[in-house]
Design a protein around this ligand. Structure first.
Ligand code: SAH
Ligand code: SF4
Length: 411
């Protein structure tokens, strides 16, 4: 979602006559789009920005902007800690940055409730620069779930939905520009009241060959959605369902509104209907009160589901959330070792799953001359003829690695 926001912002600046550069020294304007979800992300952003000190002294006219969730969370604190920063702008207000800079009004611009409500009317799609045949289409923003550890509802505000018509128009426009792959985005994308309809109609647009959606909240995922994916060839066989823990006790403490049995039901239904679909997830280890027994339940769930990929995080207390008041009682060492055990287990099983693809033929859209992604989001590198970007390629898989596949191009 941040990548989509960054691209959108960059498009707005380009419309004002700016050009993009990856070279710090060349830039007149630097924009840092930030994440607040873990302490580590904020630390990294702060230290990157802090390193601009010399540059700003040499080129005092350079404008430094910090936008997104950290800007919303820390507001003026950012300028206090890093006086070289000129603009601090919240996640919804960031699209006003070109205007603010034109007016030369440096300062702090946090999102207001009104600002957040504008979202459904704003034209919003962006073309993914790393695969220019694919487009990002946010369909909702914000979150109403208030999981006890999570900062997102505070910095991004309550859920706002784009209308189905708006989403459709956007996808049609992208298709007219030659986009063949759509990524529907939302913090809990499947809480959109018209989610299933949106899936069906976007998949039916002329020229759209693939539709993905991230991130689905497991509690709102149902078998009917899986069946829609199974019966619609354009819908990608890829489900990112962040389960967080394999222990019902921990899920309840976290304020997650589903049980492990629901997750298991959905995952098994996916495996039954779409044996080659990818199921990926997120886990938090070391949540306050997580016992060895709870953690073992997480490992058991990984053994049962055999995820295609897991994104794993050590619990990080976020100021202002409910769990920040819980005692952070799992030691750093235990968090570290649980993370290592979990990573070793899921990677081993993911490799096993990838081996299922050896000898099979996968259809890809080329993201570079010799690599692409399959419908189930596996990265595939191939031997044989090069392909044009976005071109359709068939590859016979010859080798499985934990995070990718290797094959030979056959058409
Ligand atoms: N909306 C998605 C998740 C968005 S945040 C969902 O609920 O399904 C992305 C991931 O960051 C989460 O899935 C979680 O695993 C992790 N995360 C969020 N807050 C965290 C915290 N305080 N400490 C550690 N990990 C966290
Ligand atoms: Fe955060 Fe929970 Fe909302 Fe996901 S569902 S963004 S973890 S509050």
């Amino acid at each position: 979602m941040n990548k989509a926001d960054s691209l959108r912002l960059s498009e707005l600046f380009q419309a004002e006559g700016y050009a993009c550069t990856e070279e710090l020294e060349e830039a007149d304007l630097l924009i840092y789009n930030t994440c607040s979800v873990r302490h580590h992300a904020e630390n990294k952003a702060m230290s990157y920005i802090g390193r601009l000190k010399d540059l700003k002294e040499q080129k005092p006219d350079i404008k430094v902007s910090v936008v997104g969730c950290m800007a919303q969370r820390l507001k003026g604190e950012i300028i206090k800690r890093l006086p070289l920063v000129d603009y601090v702008v919240g996640p919804s207000s960031m699209f006003d940055l070109p205007e603010l800079i034109k007016k030369g009004k440096a300062g702090v611009y946090a999102d207001s409730q009104e600002k957040r409500k504008e979202f459904p009317d704003v034209e919003y799609s962006s073309i993914n620069t790393s695969s220019p045949f694919s487009g990002y289409v946010p369909i909702m923003r914000g979150c109403n779930n208030f999981c006890v550890y999570c900062i997102v509802p505070y910095v991004r505000g309550r859920e706002q939905y784009r209308t189905k018509e708006d989403v459709l128009n956007e996808c049609r426009l992208l298709a007219e520009k030659g986009i063949s792959e759509i990524m529907l985005l939302g913090q809990t994308v499947n809480s959109h009241p018209d989610f299933k309809d949106i899936l069906k109609v976007t998949a039916g647009i002329d020229g759209i060959k693939r539709v993905r959606f991230v991130t689905s909240y497991p509690g709102y995922m149902d078998k009917e959605t899986v069946d829609i994916v199974a019966s619609t060839p354009e819908l990608c066989n890829y489900f990112h369902l962040p389960v967080q823990s394999g222990s019902d006790r921990v899920l309840k403490e976290m304020g997650r509104k589903y049980r492990v049995s629901h997750f298991r039901d959905i995952a098994f239904h996916i495996r039954e209907k779409l044996p080659f679909a990818a199921i990926t997830t997120d886990f938090i280890v070391g949540f306050p009160g997580e016992t060895e027994a709870d953690f073992n339940e997480t490992l058991n769930l990984v053994r049962e589901i055999k995820f295609d990929q897991c994104f794993t995080f050590k619990y990080s207390p976020r100021e202002g959330t409910r769990s920040a008041k819980f005692e952070d009682d799992v030691s750093r060492e235990v968090k570290k070792s649980r993370l290592a055990v979990l990573n070793e287990l899921w990677s081993k099983l993911a490799l096993k799953r990838n081996k299922l693809f050896v000898g099979r033929i996968l259809e890809l859209f080329a993201e570079s001359k010799k690599s692409g992604r399959s419908s189930n989001y596996k990265i595939v590198h191939w031997k044989g003829a090069q392909a044009a970007l976005g071109g359709k390629v068939k590859v016979k898989i010859i080798e499985a690695l934990p995070h990718s596949l290797k094959g030979r191009r056959i058409t």
